[in-house]
Each structure stands twice: as C-alpha cells, then as structure tokens.
Design a protein around this ligand. Structure first.
Ligand code: 6CS
Ligand code: FE
Length: 303
C-alpha cells in the first residue's frame, strides 16, 4: 500500500516555512440548512478560525460537568495513570485526557444536539472524537500552554491527514482576563506553519506538560499577530469556543486564586481518520489520539 502523501510536512529537520492551507475551513453546505449555527456564525468561523458562544450550556448543565471534573481531579491527584498530566514544578493536575470515554457526562456532551449539530455543520459529514481532555489550569500554579497549532501536532505525531477537525473548549469556570484564558490569532488558520527540528521519541511525555517542538518561531508568530491580532474570548461557565484545528492559540499561566478549568472535545471528520504518524514514529497512545474508538457520533445517541 502506498504511503499517504504528507500534505503538510513539518519537523523534518528544515527551517520554518509557511504553507497555504489546502482545505476549506467550513465544509458544510451554504446557505446552511438547519443547524444551531447561522450563516453569519459560519462566515465568522471561516474568516477568523474560531467562534465564541456565551451561554451555550445553561448553569445546571455546566454545574454537573464542573462537579464531575472536580471529582475527577480529586480522584486522580497524585495518580500515575497515563491520562493524568501533572503540572511542571508542582504536583497539581494539569490535564486529564479521554474524559469522553471515562465519564458518561462528557460522553453525553460529545452528543449534545447544539454542539454536535454545530460541529457537523462546520465539517459537513459524520464526526468522531479524536481527543478529549480537561485542562484544569489550577489557581496559582497553572502553567502556560505555549503558542501552537493543534493540527501541526496531530498531523506530525498522530497522522491526521488533513485540516478537517474542530475543537470545542467549554468553560467550566469563569474565564477572565486574569486567569489565563485561551488566546487565539484570528485568521492564522489559513496558513500552515511548518516547524523546524525533529520530533523527539515519546514527545508527548514532555509536550503535554511544556511544548517545545511544533511551536512557531517568534518572528513567525510576530507576523501572524501583526496581521490578525490576538483575541481572548472570556466568558462565564457554560460559554464555549469552537476553533479550527489549525488556528494558532495558546494561554498564559495562572497565578490568580481563580482556576480556569475548561473541558475540550476534539471532533474529527470520519474520512479524516488517522493514518501512520508523519513523523515516522510509533502512534501516540489511544487516550491522546483515537484510533480504535472512532464510532461516528449521533446526536443524543449511543453511536
Ligand atoms: O498534543 C496534543 O494533542 C495536545 N497539545 C496541545 C498543546 N494542544 C492540543 C492537545 O491537547
Ligand atoms: Fe492546543
């Protein structure tokens, strides 16, 4: 069988390069048929690479997820489980992965009519969960997530062929200007930043704590920000940000008394399922990148 073509070579030992995006951003039909997103919403997502929706979930729905996330962190504190990522420099829980598989409430969230409906409008075909996690960004000790494109990592380290995935970041607690909200560079999704260097073996054991490979050079980042600026969609619990897999984003550390805990679900188009990692290295574990659990999601269903 011929090797799938690497449409976005990165970390192949060369210099940083900027490559044009080869895929549409919104794949679904326009004018849109039925679905939670309006044509304006889809145009906004297409132009900027993300869409912030306040009050996406009501207080009761959000409280149930927040309680689940709190209980999960308390149960997992000090855990050696591979799904649990500990903050560098402290014993605090930084992230817990694969929550859509371990917790029924988050499995249901992946099938929430408003969320799955919106993602399906954007991707234009059945989707499955590529990755899920809670980033707790704990009070006082929540460390930063340096600038990166998720797709660059998912392409190189997970073998995601094309830019046909969407992330949803749900605020479980208040995201405000002080406690390290998600920052995105509008319009940065239109170009692929091919990164220098070569991926170290088992890179995820380091990168999920502090990412040093697959990050743009300062000059590149400066250019992207000069063109698009930086936006940090703040909002109360229940707010959600849908963002394209290739939009440049990151978040600052949190030294405030207020944790910034967000749940992330990553939806990948079924026909964009993972192939062999383009890094040539062994695939990352299932709890970081779904290879076996790729059942297409049905609204409200079990699928
Ligand atoms: O490597 C990954 O898949 C993870 N890394 C970051 C910084 N964002 C996406 C994802 O959680
Ligand atoms: Fe990310």
């Amino acid at each position: 069988m011929t090797e799938p073509l690497d449409l976005y070579p990165s970390r192949i030992g060369g210099e940083t390069r900027i490559l044009p995006r080869k895929e549409p951003v919104v794949h679904g039909p326009r004018p849109t048929g039925d679905g939670p997103l309006s044509d304006d919403d889809l145009e906004h997502f297409e132009r900027r690479g993300f869409l912030a929706l306040e009050g996406f979930l009501d207080a009761e729905e959000t409280a149930a997820l927040r309680e689940e996330a709190t209980a999960l962190r308390e149960r997992r504190a000090g855990s050696e489980a591979p799904e649990v990522i500990i903050e560098p420099g402290s014993g605090e829980v930084r992230s817990v992965f694969a929550i859509h598989r371990s917790r029924a409430t988050f499995a249901a969230l992946a099938r929430h009519p408003g969320l799955l409906g919106a993602v399906t409008q954007i991707l234009g075909e059945p989707v499955y969960v590529h990755q899920s996690r809670i980033n707790y960004k704990p009070a006082f000790r929540g460390r930063e997530f340096y600038w990166h494109s998720d797709f660059e990592t998912w392409h190189v380290e997970d073998g995601m062929p094309r830019m046909r995935a969407v992330s949803a970041s749900l605020n479980l607690l208040d995201n405000h200007v002080h406690n390290g909200p998600l920052m995105l560079v509008p319009g940065s999704h239109r170009n692929f930043v091919s990164c220098p260097g070569v991926t170290p073996e088992r890179h995820y054991e380091q990168s999920l704590r502090r990412q040093e490979y697959g990050v743009p050079d300062p000059e590149i980042l400066e250019g992207l920000v000069q063109r698009g600026g930086i936006e940090a969609p703040i909002g109360p619990p229940g707010s959600i940000v849908l963002f394209d897999c290739n939009v440049m984003h990151g978040s600052n550390g949190n030294i405030t008394p207020w944790p910034r805990s967000n749940a992330f679900l990553v939806f990948n188009a079924l026909d964009n399922a993972l192939v062999a990692p383009f890094s040539g290295q062994p695939p990352r574990p299932e709890h970081i990148a779904s290879r076996e659990h790729v059942e297409p999601l049905e609204i409200g269903g079990r699928g």
